[in-house]
Design a protein around this ligand. Structure first.
Ligand code: BGC
Length: 801
């Protein structure tokens, strides 16, 4: 329901044109302009969405790192998504944040999409239900959610300029559907995307007015994606707040009103919406926001990770036989250095991450657990562990960072606890600094040659004990400064070190202007992986597997594969990981593979291993969740929110590269499993698939008004979770339709031997198609019910009058 802003008009009337023009654009990277004259404090916005970073990108102010979007969607659990939003609200308040920039509800149109990990699913219904629950969970705890990016920002290649060509019906039924549901859930804010749709950039696109405002009744604030406001044309469009600010494109807003290029009424409308948002989050005097519910962050992060872990296949080796196991081999780079989140703006800095290696070791106290890296996954430098660096000024662990002006004067200094540093907001005077210097004393744990270096977009020099060892200028590929900034290239030099002998490291970076991102900076002083012969690493892993009763191999992607600002080029696991898994499996030791990736990867050895667990980017408690699932302390709760391909060549919609600036969604409604069904190609694992540790028998399905009631029984020996999925089919459709489409789902839990009833809401609107308005074709529909799009034992007819 659209809220009235009449009561805010008196405040609006107190403001000068200059004040209003300032309020509709940010004050800086993350805040809006305060106007104490009318009792308005600054609003603080922050990424999001898998936890809340806060206005500073700073390891000294850590955040709860929740599982990524694709893992959340794998839970298929609306209640969990609600609590996930609530948890993020609690984090937001702890960090002084009013508006969280999430959830990301673009779709998994192609598994190559670089931010696939951050989005929920390939299916609009699953995305819509979970996205709406996230919004409710967050806002009922007093913090604004910002579903993003409106709309058709489903891949990253040329994301600032790409013009997505998509027909109206597809837009409505597929890409707008999750936003429509988020607005129905009451979203107080929505983020407009960088891209264009059908020729018009989204910050100026009519889609902001219709359907968002006029048809759906959105009464919140359209926040631009960062720097997405490009001209004054966005003022007449329903683009309410230009971020960050002050926005260059709106620099002469006041003059534009005076000379008639802009209508002041358009600015007033934006101001009223911003005031309403401020009132909702408690930023306006006299309005208190709801206080968030208390949160046990790590406990919730672990629960969410377990619920999002998908058991893809299992010969019976899982759960592990705790009593019988005496020797277990754990293998894989990601077992030790797990990736708990994807890269880019979604990054949060957790206080503590639990690795699968540590957690599995702890869960198997009686067994002898060996570890081998097996294959190198990391590309480029990784930060130097805190335990081995000493700040030369404080003597404590960490690094001294100083900022110098063009004349060499020190402008500012800070003591940090990490050598991978990002300034994107915060106190450091980045814009005024010419040189940034990192100083630390590093004590290596082992003797030998290390690949010392830096990652950043600026020229850098590294000195070891005063001697220059590296002086280079990175080559920035592509034009996405965001990508260069958030995932910059690495340059290294070989340096010989001695275990236990400390060396003084000094890194100097010469800052160059970055246009719209001036004032932001990212630098890492770090060490690239050692260059051990890859065959030797695999041989050592195979030997460890041979000596064990079970081998657990954790494979995964790295920060260069899944991040923001670019798409993936293939679906392969990086490095020699496929060879590694094959070599381990060939030893004959039962092999369990845990996949640590936010999006599908090709698993060509699937038929050679005993079990595969897809753990996604499981957040800071990833290790504990994996250990609990492997040992059976927890039931793997996940079901695939996206079809899992056996090979890239099979993927029906793989094209993410614009031609002449245009990306044509030629497949129309048929993305994800809809496209696989249309092409009649078998994936490795279908949409909705996931195993548990018990067995089920499906009973009956009946329709009652707007619900489908399904009975099913747990026929196994353990308590279990099942996700009851309902798909519609329409044999005699007069319009193009997917062969089958998801119309509802519900999670059930049952004790062994118990029969339960799942009540799945399926309103008639789920059968509708868009023909200039929503139309439900009269006639017969078949609703098919089961545990995945490919396993549907029950059905019920629905005759629509
Ligand atoms: C991303 C948004 C993010 C914003 C602020 C943009 O580059 O696309 O998702 O919220 O930056 O960090």
């Amino acid at each position: 329901m659209t809220a009235s802003t009449d009561h805010l008009r008196p405040l609006l009337e107190k403001l000068s044109l200059e004040q209003k023009a300032a309020l509709v654009q940010g004050a800086d990277f993350w805040t809006t302009v305060p106007l104490p004259e009318i009792g308005l404090r600054a609003l603080t916005l922050s990424d999001g969405p898998a936890g809340v970073r806060g206005p500073r990108w700073d390891e000294r102010e850590p955040s709860l790192n929740l599982p990524s979007g694709s893992a959340l969607a794998a839970s298929w659990d609306v209640d969990l998504a609600y609590r996930y939003g609530a948890a993020a609200a609690s984090e937001a308040r702890r960090k002084g944040v009013d508006v969280v920039l999430g959830p990301t509800i673009n779709l998994h149109r192609s598994p190559l999409g670089g931010r696939h990990f951050e989005c929920l699913s390939e299916d609009p219904e699953l995305t819509a239900e979970l996205g709406a629950a996230y919004v409710r969970g967050m806002q009922e705890n007093g913090v604004a959610a910002t579903p993003k990016h409106y709309v058709a920002n489903d891949s990253e290649t040329d994301r600032f300029t790409v013009d997505v060509e998509v027909d109206e019906r597809t837009l409505r039924e597929v890409y707008l559907a999750p936003f429509e549901r988020a607005v129905e859930a009451g979203a107080w804010s929505v983020m407009s995307a960088y891209n264009s749709v059908d020729g018009v950039t989204m910050t100026e696109n009519d889609l902001l007015e219709n359907p968002l405002n006029s048809e759906w009744g959105f009464d919140g604030v359209v926040v631009s994606d960062w720097t997405a406001v490009r001209s004054l044309d966005a003022v007449a469009a329903a683009q309410d707040l230009a971020m960050p600010g002050p926005a260059p494109a709106w620099a002469d807003l006041v003059d534009a009103v005076h000379d008639g290029r802009v209508d002041e009424a358009d600015i007033d409308r934006k101001v009223l919406r911003i005031l309403l948002l401020a009132e909702r989050v408690g930023a306006l005097e006299g309005a208190d926001a709801v206080a968030p519910a208390p949160l046990d962050g790590p406990a919730f992060a672990k629960e969410a990770a377990v619920e999002g872990t998908v058991l893809l296949q299992n010969s019976g080796v899982l759960p592990l036989d705790l009593a019988g196991l005496t020797k277990v081999a754990i293998i894989g780079h990601n077992a030790k250095d797990a990736r708990t989140q994807g890269g880019g703006s979604a990054t949060v800095l957790p206080e503590k991450v639990v690795s699968p290696l540590d957690a599995i070791r702890a869960a198997l106290p009686a067994a002898e657990v060996s570890y081998e890296i097996g294959a190198v996954v990391q590309e480029g430098v990784a930060e130097i562990p805190l335990a081995s660096i000493e700040n030369p000024v404080t003597g404590g662990p960490g690094v001294r960072v100083s900022f110098h002006g063009a004349d060499g004067t020190e402008l500012f200094a800070e003591d940090r606890r990490a050598t991978a540093l990002v300034w994107f907001g915060g106190d450091a005077p980045i814009g005024a600094s010419r040189t940034i210097v990192l100083e630390t004393r590093y004590t290596p744990a082992e003797s030998g040659e290390i690949q010392l270096g830096f990652a950043g977009a600026n020229p850098g020099r590294i000195f070891v004990d005063g001697e220059l060892v590296l002086d280079d200028v990175p080559v920035i590929e592509g034009t996405d400064l965001g990508a260069a900034f958030l995932n910059p290239p690495s340059i290294t030099s070989a340096v010989t070190v001695e275990a236990g002998r400390a060396v003084d490291l000094r890194a100097e970076f010469t800052r160059e202007s970055r246009g719209a991102l001036d004032g932001a900076l990212s630098v890492t002083l770090g060490i690239a992986p050692e260059r051990t012969d890859p065959d030797e690493l695999i041989a050592r892993a195979a030997a460890a597997a041979s000596a064990a009763e079970v081998a657990v191999v954790v494979v995964g992607t790295n920060s260069k594969v899944e991040s923001e600002g670019y798409d993936r080029v293939d679906l392969d696991l990086p490095g020699r990981q496929d060879d590694l898994v094959r070599a381990v499996a060939a030893t004959g030791t039962p092999t369990v593979v845990v996949v640590n990736a936010g999006s599908p990867v090709v698993l060509p050895w699937a038929g050679e291993v005993a079990a595969i667990v897809q753990g996604y980017f499981g957040g800071q408690e990833f290790g504990h969740a994996i250990a609990e699932v492997l040992t059976g302390a927890a039931e793997p709760g996940g079901r695939l929110p996206t079809t899992w391909p056996a090979a890239l060549a099979d993927v029906p919609v793989a094209d993410v590269t614009p031609v002449d600036g245009r990306l044509v969604y030629a497949e129309g409604l048929h993305i994800g499993y809809r496209a696989w069904l249309k092409d009649d190609v078998q994936p490795a694992f279908p949409f909705g698939h996931g195993l548990g540790y018990t067995t089920w028998s499906w009973g009956t399905a009946q329709r009652h008004d707007d619900t489908v009631e399904v009975t099913l029984a747990n026929t196994g020996e353990r308590e279990g979770k099942q996700v009851v999925q309902v798909y519609a089919e329409r044999a005699d459709s007069t319009v193009d339709r997917p062969a089958r489409w998801l119309v509802g789902f519900a999670v059930v839990h049952a004790e062994p031997g118990r029969t339960v009833t799942a009540v799945v809401p399926v309103p008639a609107r789920r059968l509708a198609h868009w023909a200039g308005e929503w139309v439900v074709e009269p006639g017969a529909y078949t609703l098919r019910v089961g545990s995945s799009v490919a396993d549907l034992p029950l059905s019920v007819e629905w005759v629509q009058a």
